[in-house]
Write a protein that binds this ligand. Structure first.
Ligand SMILES: [Zn+2]
Length: 460
């Protein structure tokens, strides 16, 4: 196909998308109006059925496959080329609480100032819908998709994709593909589209210590009973030093430092320090970091140990002289290649025991290994390049991002390169009240995906 014919093709595709935008947002709104809160098991089957129907309406063969948790949808439609793009999305959403902080009800999508508000509108229903919208546009202009497209759409992403890795192993043949488009992506605060080549892993635990059968009067027990809150505080203080170094023996053994190429790519990105200071009101960064490449490297290439929540004793109004019998803390470790959560679990147990805290137990609430695609992989270049006509610039390829997801299983079980691309932006408020998507970015993502599918089919 000549370059001219290609441009003409996209003119028709773009016209279709511009013209049908409102109808597509209406379809998205119906999907968002169907709650699907994995953590609460709310509306899951109904939402899966609705998504299956949306795919069938577009000529996909769809199967809803049960798992020990919520079902996974597999959908497939052949294309002109045998090259296969696997698209990963999820139909579950985060809980909408606290409801009183929403400007409009979370499951009644509302359009205001060029933004659509609602739980899941960005994460992840908007991404799924924009991709189906791109497929609609291609099918309007031609009789077949340019490449084979497979969807794997799970219902447990927001609760750690508990059953997905096993699912991918079991359905490896059916999921065979040449590359994978990830469930999300976003532009930065200057609207530059970003492509993440890797995700950090996560190891999430709840630490608990119990020192007595029941709470006691602090005047009675304060000088003779062990205190669960102190036990826990002391145990936590052994995990990380004041210099931010994590003190669990062996924790850093598998950490791969960023390569010269990683540094080069990171150096090409915009400065973020001032943006973070303004957005979060932080006045300084850890370890004396002030900005520049070193801040950005630390942001994604350093593993973390974060106290996410801490509970013990009395926390109501005024004072209560109580000696707590029980204390607990939720702690997450973000892991970088090639750390793995199983090893960290063993190291943490051994460390607590060695420090004299064998009474501090922990329950694993989530774990995902880190994973990354080579940032120079041709598929990533393709995803980046095909964004250029839509965004006015190619996507910036970032070697890693700070968040986590089940990409390790796609990379290692299915053996596909994974690229992120999507409609998020810094104020999407995913997981928070007033989650929203920018309509202009929704349209851009659909236009980008249409171009990506065509280019992907042609280069096979
Ligand atoms: Zn999410």
């Amino acid at each position: 196909m000549s370059a001219r014919a290609r441009t003409a093709d996209f003119a028709a595709v773009d016209r279709f998308l511009d013209r049908r935008l409102e109808a597509s947002l209406a379809e998205l709104s119906r999907l968002v109006a169907q709650p699907s809160v994995a953590a609460q098991g709310r509306g899951m089957e109904a939402c899966a059925a609705q998504v299956a129907e949306m795919l069938r309406a577009r000529g996909f063969a769809v199967e809803t496959i049960p798992t020990p948790g919520h079902p996974v949808l597999l959908a497939e439609r052949a294309g002109e080329s045998e090259r296969t793009l696997l698209i990963y999305n999820h139909y579950d959403v985060q809980p909408a609480e606290p409801l009183e902080l929403w400007t409009s009800p979370p499951f009644e999508p509302a359009l205001r100032d060029g933004r659509l508000y609602g739980r899941g509108v960005s994460d992840d229903k908007g991404h799924l819908m924009a991709r189906l919208f791109a497929i609609d546009a291609l099918l309007d202009a031609r009789s077949a998709l340019p490449c084979r497209v497979k969807f794997v759409i799970e219902g447990e992403e927001e609760i750690g994709s508990v059953h997905l890795p096993e699912f991918l192993v079991r359905h490896r043949e059916r999921l065979a593909a040449d590359a994978c488009l990830w469930e999300f992506g976003y532009v930065d605060h200057r609207d530059m589209p970003l492509l993440h080549a890797g995700l950090r892993g996560i190891f999430y635990v709840e630490l608990t210590v119990e020192t007595a059968k029941r709470d006691a009067h602090s005047g009675l027990g304060g000088s003779i009973f062990p205190n669960a809150a102190w036990r826990l505080a002391w145990a936590l203080s052994t995990l990380k030093g004041r210099d931010e170094r994590i003190l669990i023996p062996g924790f850093y053994d598998a950490v791969q430092p960023p390569s010269a190429r990683d540094r080069e790519r990171i150096a090409a990105l915009a400065e973020v320090a001032d943006e973070y200071r303004a957005r979060y009101g932080v006045t300084s960064f850890l370890r004396g970091l002030t900005g520049g490449v070193e801040l950005r490297i630390a942001e994604v290439f350093e593993p973390t140990c974060t106290i996410c929540g801490l509970t013990a004793g009395y926390q109501g109004q005024g004072s209560k002289t109580v000696l707590p019998a029980r204390a607990s803390a939720k702690v997450d470790f973000r892991l970088v290649p090639d750390q793995n959560p199983e090893a960290v679990a063993r190291q943490l147990r051994a460390h607590l025991d060695a420090q004299g805290f064998d009474d501090v137990r922990f329950e694993v609430l989530g774990k995902e290994p880190p994973g990354r695609t080579d940032p120079d992989h041709p598929f990533l270049e393709l995803v980046s390049e095909t964004a250029a006509p839509v965004y006015g610039m190619p996507m910036a390829i970032l070697p890693m991002t700070g968040g986590s997801g089940p990409n390790h299983a796609f990379l290692h079980t299915l053996g596909v390169p994974v690229a992120t691309a999507g409609l998020g932006y810094p104020d999407s408020r995913v997981h928070a009240p007033d989650e929203n998507l920018r309509v202009d970015l929704y349209l851009k993502h659909a236009k980008h995906v249409a171009r990506l599918l065509v280019a992907f089919g042609e280069r096979g």
